[in-house]
Design a protein. Structure first.
Lengths: 366, 89
């Protein structure tokens, strides 16, 4: 069971630890800087932290025996001379890392392999613990990549990466917006997945087009990789065939809108979400912050509120800001208004660690 | 050789001491500076080697115009200042 959590915020990376049965802030790194995401690689214990310095660009740091060291950030290849590509706004698309939006370890059989998803849509792979990065040119140069659009940001981005625990060459990614993409040959070729999802923000003839889907978060059950869960802009979707097709889960109170989803590491029917009033407001319904949990594959949901604020709570939880430990017992999440809550009983009850942090972008158990 | 001075704000992240470097354009001067300080390059230039969106460069008191190619000319006695633009917040 994990006793430590890394919380990425607009103004630093906070460590929250469990001591004497109580969770508390026990450290901060990069204080004052914008930390957007972390990865803890359980194969070797290394931590990775993505920073966005604004003026000075996106950087990546890796833990070492004394603290942190800056390592290479993914770099886009030179744009061919004379090549013109505009973004969805008609502006020239800059082939340059605008944000690191996904970090995932490779398989158990490939130590040192790290995957990295970015805005404006580049996927990168490192085989040396992040010392150097190779862009997946096959995906970047896929003709349909140009149909990806901005979602929460002006530019499209890869926010979810799932590596098949049975075969490291099989990788799924999810794009906002651009749906789900899959390779079974370590990136030599890519194809679209995700039939059955539904987009309300496009004309009827495109509603079910897999590339039109605004997937907010994609997760895969490690013990049952056929099961994937999606928190989508238009609801909750579940797949039992490795993301080939999805079924929509409807009628979930208080809402099926949200950004985050986590799935139990051994129980594919168990998943958690943080619901919000749908896209035009993005706040908890009636000011009551809750987590929803299904234990039967989406047929029914528990609304979990014990220990969470139930009056005038306007916390939004971003897609990487809901974390689950490797046992599936402990959860934690952080909000845009600086709250962090931890549960030790699968969400039945929650304890507030703090409500004064900077806006929280990511919560990850170590 | 031209003198190159970096904003103090970047020093918190990466050491960028004042430097002297040869070159007839901003690009040539900066390439020579970053050859000796490769980590600093990505703090000033983006992946396409253009000036980062919210950075500015002044040569002898004038803001450069060619942000993509950095083709503004530089003399032997020029001073190049590398600043953050206030537009970046």
């Amino acid at each position: 069971m994990s006793d430590k959590i890394l919380v990425s915020t607009r103004k630093g990376l906070f460590t929250i630890s469990r001591k004497g049965g109580k969770w508390d802030i026990t450290g901060v790194d990069f204080l004052g800087d914008n930390v957007t995401l972390t990865l803890t690689d359980r194969r070797d214990g290394r931590h990775y932290a993505a920073l966005d310095h604004g003026h000075f660009g996106v950087k990546l740091h890796r833990s070492n025996s004394t603290g942190w060291e800056e390592i290479a950030a993914p770099v886009y290849p030179p744009k061919p001379e004379g090549y013109e590509e505009n973004d969805m706004w008609g502006r020239p698309l800059n082939w340059s890392t605008a944000r690191i939006w996904a970090l995932a370890p490779g398989g158990a059989d490939e130590p040192g392999v790290i995957w990295c998803g970015t805005l404006p849509g580049g996927l990168f792979r490192s085989s040396d613990h992040g010392q150097s990065w190779e862009m997946m040119r096959t995906l970047w140069e896929h003709p349909k990549r140009k149909q990806w659009m901005g979602g929460g940001a002006d530019l499209p981005g890869i926010h979810s990466i799932c590596v098949d625990p049975r075969n490291s060459k099989r990788v799924w990614i999810a794009v906002s917006t651009g749906g789900i993409w899959f390779t079974e040959d370590a990136g030599a070729s890519w194809g679209q997945r995700g039939k059955g999802m539904r987009a309300e923000h496009v004309p009827p003839e495109l509603t079910h087009d897999p590339i039109a889907q605004d997937v907010h978060c994609l997760v895969q059950c490690p013990a049952a990789p056929h099961r994937m869960w999606v928190q989508h802009h238009n609801g909750i979707f579940v797949s039992s065939d490795e993301g080939g097709t999805f079924s929509e889960i409807t009628g979930v109170e208080p809402s099926t809108f949200g950004f985050a989803v986590v799935v139990h590491p051994r129980e594919p029917d168990t998943a958690w979400f943080v619901p919000e009033i749908k896209d035009e407001k993005r706040i908890p319904r009636e000011g009551k912050l809750v987590v929803t949990r299904t234990r039967d594959g989406g047929r029914s949901f528990d609304v979990l509120a014990k220990g969470l604020p139930q009056t005038h709570a306007y916390d939004l939880v971003y897609r990487h800001a809901l974390g689950l430990d490797e046992t599936g017992e402990r959860l934690a999440f952080g909000s845009t208004t600086g709250g962090v809550w931890v549960s030790e009983d699968q969400g039945d009850s929650w304890a507030c660690v703090t409500h004064t942090l900077p806006p929280v972008y990511a919560v990850r158990f170590v | 050789m031209a003198k190159v001075v970096f904003t103090t704000n970047v020093q918190r992240h990466v050491e960028c001491p004042q430097a002297q470097a040869a070159g007839a354009t901003v690009r040539e001067v900066l390439d020579n500076v970053f050859a000796h300080n490769p980590q600093a390059r990505g703090y000033v230039l983006d992946d396409q080697s253009a000036l980062r969106r919210h950075m500015t460069i002044f040569v002898d008191g004038r803001m450069i115009r060619d942000r993509a190619r950095l083709g503004d000319t530089v003399s032997e006695t020029s001073t190049i200042y590398i600043f953050q633009a206030l537009s970046g917040g």
